[in-house]
Design a protein around this ligand. Structure first.
Ligand code: NAD
Length: 478
């Protein structure tokens, strides 16, 4: 018997959760349930995180959380409970299988069977944003080696466990050489440990186009957070419907399982919603807690129900579907078919599934880190970069000189183009005149001189080399 935490959520949440629990309990799931309240009611009661402190204790004790969709109230101040849960519990892997159910659910891609594995904690979703000048705001994109190693290893281990043949990685490392470059590099390193699994990398733009056009060419796809967020919805939609997909959020200690769709408030309370997305989440949960036989029984009965044309309104099509049913009737139809297998759709076998056990991240020996210069970001409302260069030359030190100015990454001094549009946000690079290292004291001296000269410095970034390799971007056009 495994104790799990359940939240019925908002909108259609309670109906689809009741249907899901009824099905898995009828199949013999050995679970005990602690129910907690999350979402709209909690938000509106004045708790901006949408969850009470005591509920965290229950989630952390049980470690396995089945969550129905919730409504995040409109307006500022309310934090997304999903994002908070993923981060607090370290749920670094988001796993979304997207499989077409041709010819029973309409899809342009009859042979699609893709699993999207999205990094869930870092990238632009670290949520570190600042406004620094009148005209410019920034969001920090953080990619870490441990974060990348964990998610990429998870993708290969997943492929190995489920007998999948290929893992594809998407990044934009032709532009983001440091951040996406690290993700790609780690992918190449880890791929070598799995010679039996094919691996490939695509630049995310053309890769996405190919995924949307010929998804059957993909198997497991591993992506940094933002690309994964976008593409997992695209993949679910083109497989048939976002209403059919579930997702698992996996961490080293805890895991959360859910449908990928929202709380569909307009459909609430009418016995209309399709419980399949949440049921798919619950099936992944059963595999995770080692009740594979139950998971397999439920999945095969669900496939048989779909195959028998018993469909909720969202997937109902005249000529293909046989019977339009509500949430409850759909659940009953799945229960009637427990023990049966689909005849046309591929029956599943979850004998080998289990929660993946990954080795702990091992920190590498630190590299030799050298300070080669500093980028001082300046808020300046002028328009001529040559004029700014003259001002900045006043703060140069004997050894540390202004070497470049960029505006939104494009080099505008020396030898910029008059045509280049400039904002009020300037990156001013200072380096040793002979290419030697500089000191932190040099940076402090530069900043102190800037202050005396009324230069509005908004931030600095140190320019490092790690083991002799320059680890910062050049100016575009440099
Ligand atoms: P939604 O997914 O709730 O609905 C999008 C469309 O899909 C609607 O037309 C809806 O009727 C339909 N739909 C969704 N699930 C369905 C189901 N199971 N059966 C039949 N039809 C279904 O997205 P939305 O309208 O953008 O968001 C509504 C609310 O859900 C918002 O408050 C949003 O913040 C929240 N939301 C929550 C989660 C979550 O808790 N994981 C995820 C996404 C959105």
């Amino acid at each position: 018997m495994k104790r799990i935490t359940v939240a019925k959520g908002d909108g259609i949440g309670p109906e689809i959760m009741d249907a899901t629990l009824k099905i898995i309990l009828a199949a013999g799931a050995q679970i005990e349930i602690d129910e907690i309240e999350v979402g709209e009611k909690v938000y509106l009661a004045g708790n901006t995180s949408g969850i009470a402190k005591e509920s965290w204790d229950i989630i952390r004790r049980n470690k396995v959380f089945l969550k129905a969709p919730i409504t995040t109230p409109q307006g500022g101040g309310y934090k997304s409970l999903n994002v908070t849960t993923r981060k607090f519990l370290g749920l670094y892997a988001n796993v979304r299988p997207c499989m077409s159910l041709h010819p029973f659910v309409k899809t342009k891609h009859p042979n699609m069977d893709v699993v999207i594995i999205r990094e869930n904690e870092e990238d632009l979703y670290a949520g570190i944003e600042h406004q620094q000048t009148d005209e410019v705001v920034q969001c920090l994109k953080l990619i870490s080696r441990p974060g990348s190693e964990k998610i990429i290893r998870y993708a290969f281990e997943y492929a190995k466990q489920y007998g999948r043949k290929k893992v594809t990685c998407f990044t934009k490392d032709n532009i983001m050489k440091q951040t996406d470059g690290l993700f790609h590099k780690v992918f190449d390193e880890i791929a070598k440990e799995y010679p039996e699994i094919e691996n490939e990398h695509w630049i995310v733009d053309i890769g996405s186009a190919k995924l949307a056009d010929t998804p059957e060419a993909f198997d497991v796809v591993v992506l940094p957070n933002l690309y994964g967020d976008v593409l997992s919805d695209v993949a679910a939609q083109i497989a048939g419907s976002v209403g059919l997909a579930g997702s698992a959020n996996i961490g080293e200690e805890c895991a959360m399982f859910e449908a990928i769709h929202g709380s569909a408030p307009r459909r609430a309370g009418q016995n209309l919603a399709n419980p399949s997305g949440l049921l798919q989440g619950a099936i992944m949960m059963l595999v995770h807690i080692g009740q594979n036989d139950i998971a397999e029984k439920v999945q095969n009965a669900w496939l048989k129900t779909i195959e028998d044309g018993i469909h909720t309104y969202d997937i109902f099509k005249e000529g293909i579907s046989k019977q339009k049913v509500g949430t409850k009737e759909f659940a009953d139809a799945v229960i009637e078919r427990l023990g049966q297998k689909p005849s046309q759709l591929k029956a599943v076998n979850y004998e080998k599934g289990s929660a993946l056990k990954l080795p702990k991240y091992v920190r590498k020996a630190p590299a030799k880190k050298e300070l080669l210069g500093v980028d001082i970001f300046v808020h300046w409302s002028g328009t001529d970069p040559n004029e700014l260069a003259e001002i900045l030359k006043k703060i140069e030190l004997e050894n540390v000189k202004l070497s470049m100015i960029t505006n939104r990454g494009i080099k505008v001094w020396p030898e910029g183009f008059e045509e280049t549009f400039c904002t009020d946000h300037w990156r001013c690079r200072f380096k040793d005149k002979d290419g030697k290292t500089i000191t932190k004291q040099d940076i402090i001296e530069l900043l102190s001189r800037a202050e005396k000269n009324n230069i509005d410095t908004i931030k600095t970034e140190n320019l490092y080399a790690f083991d002799g390799v320059q680890a910062f971007s050049l100016g575009q056009g440099q």
